[in-house]
Design a protein around this ligand. Structure first.
Ligand code: SF4
Length: 312
Protein backbone atom coordinates (compact mmCIF):
# COMPACT_ATOMS: atom_id res chain seq x y z
CA UNK A 1 0.00 0.00 0.00
CA UNK A 2 1.36 3.44 -0.90
CA UNK A 3 1.91 6.09 1.75
CA UNK A 4 -1.02 8.11 0.38
CA UNK A 5 -3.36 5.11 0.49
CA UNK A 6 -2.24 4.25 3.99
CA UNK A 7 -2.94 7.84 5.08
CA UNK A 8 -6.38 7.80 3.43
CA UNK A 9 -7.22 4.48 5.11
CA UNK A 10 -6.22 5.80 8.52
CA UNK A 11 -8.09 9.07 7.99
CA UNK A 12 -11.26 7.22 6.96
CA UNK A 13 -11.01 5.07 10.05
CA UNK A 14 -10.62 8.19 12.19
CA UNK A 15 -7.31 6.87 13.47
CA UNK A 16 -4.65 9.23 14.73
CA UNK A 17 -1.89 6.65 14.39
CA UNK A 18 -1.40 3.02 13.41
CA UNK A 19 -1.55 1.15 16.70
CA UNK A 20 0.03 -2.16 17.61
CA UNK A 21 -3.40 -3.60 18.40
CA UNK A 22 -4.76 -2.89 14.94
CA UNK A 23 -1.59 -4.29 13.37
CA UNK A 24 -1.82 -7.51 15.41
CA UNK A 25 -5.48 -7.93 14.49
CA UNK A 26 -4.61 -7.56 10.78
CA UNK A 27 -1.62 -9.86 11.03
CA UNK A 28 -3.05 -12.71 13.10
CA UNK A 29 -6.82 -12.35 12.86
CA UNK A 30 -7.21 -13.22 16.54
CA UNK A 31 -6.12 -11.95 19.89
CA UNK A 32 -2.41 -12.49 20.53
CA UNK A 33 -0.57 -11.51 23.67
CA UNK A 34 3.08 -10.93 24.44
CA UNK A 35 4.96 -13.26 26.76
CA UNK A 36 7.87 -11.48 28.42
CA UNK A 37 10.85 -13.85 28.45
CA UNK A 38 14.40 -13.46 29.71
CA UNK A 39 16.98 -15.47 27.79
CA UNK A 40 19.68 -14.81 30.40
CA UNK A 41 21.71 -12.38 28.28
CA UNK A 42 23.92 -9.44 29.19
CA UNK A 43 25.08 -6.40 27.14
CA UNK A 44 28.41 -5.24 25.72
CA UNK A 45 27.99 -2.04 27.77
CA UNK A 46 27.75 -4.16 30.94
CA UNK A 47 30.19 -7.06 30.60
CA UNK A 48 33.26 -4.92 29.95
CA UNK A 49 33.57 -5.29 26.18
CA UNK A 50 32.31 -1.71 25.68
CA UNK A 51 31.78 -0.63 29.28
CA UNK A 52 30.58 -1.88 32.61
CA UNK A 53 27.82 0.42 33.85
CA UNK A 54 25.29 -0.08 31.04
CA UNK A 55 23.45 2.75 29.29
CA UNK A 56 22.99 5.66 31.71
CA UNK A 57 19.17 5.39 31.85
CA UNK A 58 18.99 1.61 32.10
CA UNK A 59 18.19 -0.17 35.33
CA UNK A 60 18.39 -3.65 33.91
CA UNK A 61 17.24 -4.20 30.37
CA UNK A 62 13.51 -3.52 30.89
CA UNK A 63 12.89 -7.14 31.76
CA UNK A 64 11.64 -6.74 35.31
CA UNK A 65 8.61 -8.94 34.78
CA UNK A 66 10.16 -11.38 32.32
CA UNK A 67 10.21 -15.13 32.98
CA UNK A 68 13.74 -16.59 32.92
CA UNK A 69 14.21 -19.23 30.22
CA UNK A 70 16.63 -21.96 31.24
CA UNK A 71 17.05 -25.33 29.57
CA UNK A 72 13.33 -26.03 29.50
CA UNK A 73 11.83 -23.57 27.04
CA UNK A 74 8.35 -25.15 27.11
CA UNK A 75 8.20 -24.82 30.88
CA UNK A 76 9.15 -21.13 30.72
CA UNK A 77 6.45 -20.53 28.09
CA UNK A 78 3.86 -22.20 30.33
CA UNK A 79 4.92 -20.00 33.26
CA UNK A 80 4.74 -16.86 31.12
CA UNK A 81 1.30 -17.90 29.83
CA UNK A 82 0.09 -18.29 33.41
CA UNK A 83 1.04 -14.65 34.09
CA UNK A 84 -1.31 -13.44 31.31
CA UNK A 85 -3.98 -16.15 31.69
CA UNK A 86 -6.68 -13.51 32.37
CA UNK A 87 -6.15 -11.90 28.92
CA UNK A 88 -7.98 -14.69 27.09
CA UNK A 89 -5.41 -15.17 24.31
CA UNK A 90 -4.66 -18.55 22.74
CA UNK A 91 -1.70 -17.46 20.64
CA UNK A 92 1.33 -15.58 21.88
CA UNK A 93 4.31 -13.53 20.81
CA UNK A 94 7.49 -14.67 22.56
CA UNK A 95 9.15 -11.41 23.52
CA UNK A 96 12.80 -11.60 24.59
CA UNK A 97 13.04 -8.10 26.00
CA UNK A 98 15.75 -8.38 28.67
CA UNK A 99 19.23 -7.05 27.88
CA UNK A 100 20.71 -7.83 24.43
CA UNK A 101 18.87 -10.78 22.87
CA UNK A 102 21.50 -11.63 20.25
CA UNK A 103 24.54 -11.27 22.51
CA UNK A 104 25.43 -14.95 23.06
CA UNK A 105 27.19 -17.76 21.14
CA UNK A 106 25.35 -18.61 17.94
CA UNK A 107 24.57 -22.19 19.02
CA UNK A 108 22.90 -20.94 22.21
CA UNK A 109 20.81 -18.51 20.14
CA UNK A 110 19.93 -21.20 17.61
CA UNK A 111 18.77 -23.68 20.25
CA UNK A 112 16.82 -21.15 22.30
CA UNK A 113 15.05 -19.43 19.43
CA UNK A 114 14.38 -22.55 17.34
CA UNK A 115 12.75 -24.29 20.27
CA UNK A 116 10.73 -21.18 21.08
CA UNK A 117 9.43 -20.53 17.58
CA UNK A 118 8.40 -24.19 17.13
CA UNK A 119 6.24 -24.17 20.25
CA UNK A 120 2.64 -24.65 19.04
CA UNK A 121 1.26 -21.69 21.05
CA UNK A 122 3.86 -19.24 19.74
CA UNK A 123 2.61 -17.24 16.74
CA UNK A 124 5.60 -14.91 16.41
CA UNK A 125 8.78 -13.89 18.14
CA UNK A 126 10.20 -10.49 19.00
CA UNK A 127 13.83 -10.06 20.07
CA UNK A 128 15.21 -6.90 21.67
CA UNK A 129 18.84 -6.22 20.85
CA UNK A 130 21.48 -3.68 19.80
CA UNK A 131 22.57 -2.97 16.21
CA UNK A 132 26.21 -3.73 17.11
CA UNK A 133 25.24 -7.31 18.08
CA UNK A 134 23.89 -8.43 14.71
CA UNK A 135 26.64 -10.02 12.65
CA UNK A 136 25.82 -11.82 9.40
CA UNK A 137 25.67 -15.23 11.10
CA UNK A 138 23.02 -13.96 13.55
CA UNK A 139 21.02 -12.32 10.76
CA UNK A 140 21.11 -15.55 8.77
CA UNK A 141 19.74 -17.42 11.81
CA UNK A 142 16.99 -14.80 12.24
CA UNK A 143 16.07 -15.14 8.55
CA UNK A 144 15.76 -18.94 8.96
CA UNK A 145 13.51 -18.47 12.00
CA UNK A 146 11.49 -15.83 10.17
CA UNK A 147 10.79 -18.34 7.41
CA UNK A 148 9.01 -20.57 9.98
CA UNK A 149 6.95 -17.88 11.77
CA UNK A 150 7.15 -14.08 11.90
CA UNK A 151 10.20 -12.77 13.76
CA UNK A 152 10.94 -9.13 14.35
CA UNK A 153 13.89 -7.36 15.88
CA UNK A 154 13.63 -4.43 18.30
CA UNK A 155 16.59 -2.05 18.27
CA UNK A 156 17.33 0.43 21.06
CA UNK A 157 18.49 3.48 19.11
CA UNK A 158 17.13 6.13 21.55
CA UNK A 159 18.54 9.11 19.61
CA UNK A 160 20.27 9.96 16.33
CA UNK A 161 22.37 12.69 17.98
CA UNK A 162 25.96 11.58 18.63
CA UNK A 163 26.55 13.92 21.54
CA UNK A 164 23.54 12.52 23.39
CA UNK A 165 24.48 8.95 22.43
CA UNK A 166 27.89 9.45 24.04
CA UNK A 167 26.38 11.05 27.14
CA UNK A 168 24.01 8.13 27.67
CA UNK A 169 26.85 5.61 26.98
CA UNK A 170 24.99 3.90 24.15
CA UNK A 171 28.28 2.55 22.85
CA UNK A 172 27.91 2.77 19.06
CA UNK A 173 27.63 5.52 16.42
CA UNK A 174 24.61 6.07 14.15
CA UNK A 175 26.19 4.38 11.11
CA UNK A 176 26.14 1.06 13.00
CA UNK A 177 22.34 1.40 13.20
CA UNK A 178 22.10 2.22 9.48
CA UNK A 179 24.23 -0.78 8.58
CA UNK A 180 22.29 -3.22 10.79
CA UNK A 181 18.91 -1.99 9.52
CA UNK A 182 20.12 -2.36 5.91
CA UNK A 183 21.21 -5.97 6.49
CA UNK A 184 18.09 -6.89 8.46
CA UNK A 185 15.84 -5.47 5.77
CA UNK A 186 17.84 -7.19 3.01
CA UNK A 187 17.16 -10.44 4.88
CA UNK A 188 13.43 -9.61 5.03
CA UNK A 189 13.34 -9.20 8.83
CA UNK A 190 10.95 -6.53 10.18
CA UNK A 191 12.49 -3.98 12.57
CA UNK A 192 10.99 -1.97 15.44
CA UNK A 193 13.07 0.92 16.80
CA UNK A 194 12.96 2.34 20.31
CA UNK A 195 13.52 6.05 20.90
CA UNK A 196 13.48 8.06 24.12
CA UNK A 197 11.71 11.41 24.44
CA UNK A 198 13.28 13.76 26.99
CA UNK A 199 16.96 12.80 27.01
CA UNK A 200 19.17 15.43 28.70
CA UNK A 201 20.22 18.26 26.40
CA UNK A 202 17.77 17.45 23.59
CA UNK A 203 15.36 20.06 22.27
CA UNK A 204 11.90 19.16 20.91
CA UNK A 205 13.26 19.65 17.39
CA UNK A 206 16.16 17.25 18.01
CA UNK A 207 13.70 14.64 19.27
CA UNK A 208 11.44 15.13 16.25
CA UNK A 209 14.51 14.68 14.02
CA UNK A 210 15.16 11.29 15.61
CA UNK A 211 11.58 10.17 14.91
CA UNK A 212 11.78 11.45 11.32
CA UNK A 213 15.10 9.66 10.78
CA UNK A 214 13.68 6.38 12.08
CA UNK A 215 10.70 6.92 9.80
CA UNK A 216 13.00 7.31 6.78
CA UNK A 217 15.21 4.37 7.65
CA UNK A 218 12.88 1.73 6.21
CA UNK A 219 11.82 0.08 9.47
CA UNK A 220 8.32 -1.17 10.20
CA UNK A 221 7.67 -0.06 13.77
CA UNK A 222 8.58 2.46 16.44
CA UNK A 223 8.35 2.53 20.23
CA UNK A 224 8.22 5.90 21.96
CA UNK A 225 9.48 5.93 25.50
CA UNK A 226 9.31 8.82 27.93
CA UNK A 227 12.64 9.25 29.72
CA UNK A 228 12.33 7.66 33.13
CA UNK A 229 14.86 8.39 35.84
CA UNK A 230 15.28 5.09 37.68
CA UNK A 231 16.95 4.28 40.97
CA UNK A 232 20.45 2.85 40.66
CA UNK A 233 21.27 4.42 37.28
CA UNK A 234 23.90 6.99 36.30
CA UNK A 235 21.04 9.15 35.08
CA UNK A 236 19.65 9.22 38.63
CA UNK A 237 22.95 10.62 39.91
CA UNK A 238 22.89 13.32 37.21
CA UNK A 239 19.26 14.15 37.96
CA UNK A 240 19.90 14.46 41.69
CA UNK A 241 22.88 16.71 40.90
CA UNK A 242 20.48 19.00 39.01
CA UNK A 243 22.07 18.35 35.61
CA UNK A 244 18.71 18.24 33.78
CA UNK A 245 14.95 18.41 34.25
CA UNK A 246 12.33 15.88 33.23
CA UNK A 247 9.41 16.73 30.94
CA UNK A 248 5.97 17.84 32.07
CA UNK A 249 2.98 15.84 30.74
CA UNK A 250 2.02 18.67 28.38
CA UNK A 251 5.56 18.99 26.99
CA UNK A 252 5.79 15.22 26.49
CA UNK A 253 2.50 15.03 24.64
CA UNK A 254 3.36 17.99 22.41
CA UNK A 255 6.66 16.39 21.37
CA UNK A 256 4.99 13.01 20.90
CA UNK A 257 2.46 14.61 18.55
CA UNK A 258 5.25 16.10 16.44
CA UNK A 259 6.99 12.72 16.30
CA UNK A 260 3.79 10.95 15.20
CA UNK A 261 3.28 13.53 12.47
CA UNK A 262 6.87 12.96 11.29
CA UNK A 263 6.75 9.19 10.70
CA UNK A 264 5.14 7.43 7.71
CA UNK A 265 1.45 6.51 8.07
CA UNK A 266 2.06 2.78 7.62
CA UNK A 267 4.62 2.50 10.44
CA UNK A 268 3.28 0.62 13.46
CA UNK A 269 3.40 2.57 16.73
CA UNK A 270 4.18 -0.12 19.32
CA UNK A 271 4.16 2.21 22.31
CA UNK A 272 3.25 5.81 23.14
CA UNK A 273 4.89 6.14 26.53
CA UNK A 274 6.64 3.62 28.77
CA UNK A 275 6.38 0.91 31.35
CA UNK A 276 8.80 1.98 34.08
CA UNK A 277 9.04 -0.15 37.19
CA UNK A 278 7.09 2.03 39.64
CA UNK A 279 9.08 1.06 42.69
CA UNK A 280 12.33 2.38 41.20
CA UNK A 281 10.86 5.43 39.44
CA UNK A 282 12.41 8.69 40.68
CA UNK A 283 11.00 11.02 38.02
CA UNK A 284 8.74 12.05 36.42
CA UNK A 285 6.25 10.79 39.00
CA UNK A 286 3.27 11.68 36.82
CA UNK A 287 4.24 8.89 34.43
CA UNK A 288 3.42 6.21 37.03
CA UNK A 289 -0.30 6.57 36.29
CA UNK A 290 -0.06 5.02 32.84
CA UNK A 291 -3.81 4.77 32.27
CA UNK A 292 -4.23 8.48 32.88
CA UNK A 293 -1.24 9.35 30.69
CA UNK A 294 -2.66 7.31 27.80
CA UNK A 295 -6.07 8.95 28.25
CA UNK A 296 -4.44 12.39 28.19
CA UNK A 297 -2.49 11.47 25.05
CA UNK A 298 -5.59 10.20 23.25
CA UNK A 299 -7.58 13.30 24.24
CA UNK A 300 -4.81 15.57 22.99
CA UNK A 301 -4.55 13.67 19.70
CA UNK A 302 -8.30 14.18 19.20
CA UNK A 303 -8.20 17.87 20.21
CA UNK A 304 -5.23 18.60 17.95
CA UNK A 305 -6.49 16.33 15.14
CA UNK A 306 -3.16 14.53 14.92
CA UNK A 307 -2.55 12.42 11.82
CA UNK A 308 0.44 10.13 11.55
CA UNK A 309 2.66 11.29 8.70
CA UNK A 310 0.94 14.65 8.19
CA UNK A 311 4.28 16.51 8.22
CA UNK A 312 5.80 14.38 5.48
S1 SF4 B 1 19.58 -0.09 27.43
FE1 SF4 B 1 19.77 -2.10 26.47
S2 SF4 B 1 21.89 -2.15 25.72
FE2 SF4 B 1 21.79 -0.50 27.21
S3 SF4 B 1 22.43 -1.45 29.15
FE3 SF4 B 1 20.18 -1.55 29.05
S4 SF4 B 1 19.68 -3.52 28.17
FE4 SF4 B 1 21.84 -3.12 27.74
Amino acid sequence: MTRENEQIKQNEAGMHYRSLNSFLREQFGEKVYKLALDGGFTCPTRDGSKGTGGCSFCAGGSGDFAIPVGDDVAEAIEMAKAVVADKGAKKFIAYFQSYTGTYAPIERLRNLYTETIRHPDIAAMSIGTRPDCLDDEVISLLADLNSEKPVWIELGLQTIHEQTAKAIRRGYPLEVYDDAVGRLRAAGIPVVVHMIIGLPGETPEMIRQTAAYIGRSGVQGIKFQLLHVLEGTKLAEEYRAGAFEVLSPAAYIRILEECIESIPPGMVVHRLTGDGAKRSLIAPKWSADKKRVLNDINRAFERDQIRQGSRL
